[in-house]
Design a protein around this ligand. Structure first.
Ligand code: ZN
Length: 414
């Protein structure tokens, strides 16, 4: 068994000679094992950041074990030889398990327990490379900087005003929690984080100054990896059209912002399953959303039934809807066949045109940006689970684009 803990080693010999120890708890690993040949002799191995080869203590040399403060996650093991006291600080349940096993070794009840031979215990320096750090207080930031080995980093509630740039160096980071801070801006380089899968930015100040820099969303790495994005409780007035670039996104949380409209491209995120937009100012939804196979959508506390119904169909002539110029027709075909495009192949203006394409209610691409109509649809017909707090019905206005005469007549007749 291995125990990840903090250990201070006190040499009683020094203490008796009035040499005080430096009183430092070091990040450590303790392991119990047995001697490979003599199956009855047990050892405790102590590895720490300053002693990576490990110090071996014989269980039979234990003089005393102090467990009075075990409920606070503290214990001390006193050895006769060498005259060391190992003061341990650790998570309580793990410490109790460790001590229970140690007791079995001392009393000889451990014969039937699966304790690995000493030679098999592979406690390496790796155990001391942290993968997860939770910081509750600004003073807890490691002096030597954030370890590059981190996979999860929790920096919630620290009143951070700026995005810490040392986060950009953590190339193995998978989970980043920056919620409950005062961050206004995410640097564009953040889009190059290669492994980031969950990003928590709720309760920050994004959008507090109006314009938001969304360039990080366009980073090729982040757009492939990100599965969860929580930007609830910020000051967002709008979302960028480029949000659909997050092609692995499963969960998107947008609650408690000031969004009046969602980008018409949102439905192009085909992986999206959980979408929460409660407490915003939405009056309609983009019809592209109907193409998403959402498991859950929360639209409670918005303004769906307050606003006017939007432009009427009669206002437009059919050709304004779906008869386009040659560039638009070509672009439509490109999108329909999912042909790969990038700024190094075609001009940037065309990339922009393709990126910003809207979607017809049938799912086909629509290049026109101007002409749309509002139509009410029943949410429950399209999404598996809906949270909606309007007693009358769960039908809301969708902002619909039309791709063809066929779709137009569908609108006219339904
Ligand atoms: Zn259509």
């Amino acid at each position: 068994m291995k125990l990840q803990c903090q250990v201070e080693v006190i040499n009683r010999l020094y203490v008796s000679h009035n040499i005080t120890s430096n009183g430092k708890y070091l990040k450590s690993t303790l392991a119990i094992g047995k001697e490979p040949k003599l199956g009855t002799d047990y050892f405790i191995l102590h590895f720490s950041s300053v002693n990576k080869t490990g110090m071996k203590y014989q269980v039979k040399c234990i003089k005393q074990v102090f467990v009075k403060c075990m409920n606070e996650g503290k214990a001390t093991i006193r050895f006769e030889e060498p005259p060391h006291d190992l003061c341990i600080k650790c998570e309580t349940i793990q410490l109790k398990c460790f001590m229970k096993l140690l007791k079995c070794c001392i009393t000889g009840e451990a014969k039937n327990l699966p304790i690995s031979s000493l030679s098999n215990i592979s406690v390496t320096a790796k155990d001391n490379e942290p993968k997860k750090i939770v910081i509750h207080n600004r003073s807890e930031f490691p002096m030597q900087g954030l370890p590059r080995t981190l996979e999860s980093l929790y920096l919630s509630g620290l009143k951070l005003c700026n995005f810490r740039r040392d986060i950009l160096l953590l190339k193995r980071l998978v989970i980043l929690d920056l919620s409950n801070n005062e961050i206004e801006k995410i640097p564009s380089e953040f889009g190059r984080m290669p492994c980031l899968s969950e990003l928590y930015l709720s309760n920050n100040q994004l959008g507090a100054k109006g314009q938001v820099d969304w360039r990080w969303l366009l980073g090729p790495q982040i757009s492939k990896q990100l599965k969860l994005l929580d930007i609830s409780s910020n000051k967002l007035l709008y979302l960028p059209k480029a949000i659909w670039k997050l092609q692995s996104l499963l969960t998107l949380k947008l609650d408690d912002n000031k969004l009046q409209k969602l980008p018409a491209t949102l439905g192009r995120i085909s992986s999206l399953r959980y979408l929460t937009i409660s407490n915003n100012e939405l009056g309609s939804l983009p019809c592209s959303l109907m193409q998403c196979r959402l498991e859950f959508i929360d639209l409670s506390s918005n303004k769906f039934h307050e606003s006017s119904t939007g432009p009427k169909l009669q206002k437009y002539t059919p050709w304004e809807f779906y008869i386009n110029n040659l560039v638009h027709m070509a672009a439509k075909l490109l999108l329909k066949n999912k042909v790969y495009y990038a700024p190094n192949i075609i001009p940037w203006t065309l990339v922009e045109l393709l990126d910003n394409a809207n979607m017809c209610i049938c799912g086909a691409p629509v290049l026109n940006d101007k002409f749309y109509i509002h139509k009410e649809f029943e949410l429950k017909d399209y999404f598996r689970a809906v949270a909606f707090n309007n007693n009358r019905s769960s039908s809301v206005n969708f902002e619909c684009y039309v791709c063809s005469p066929k779709c137009l007549s569908y609108f006219r007749n339904s």
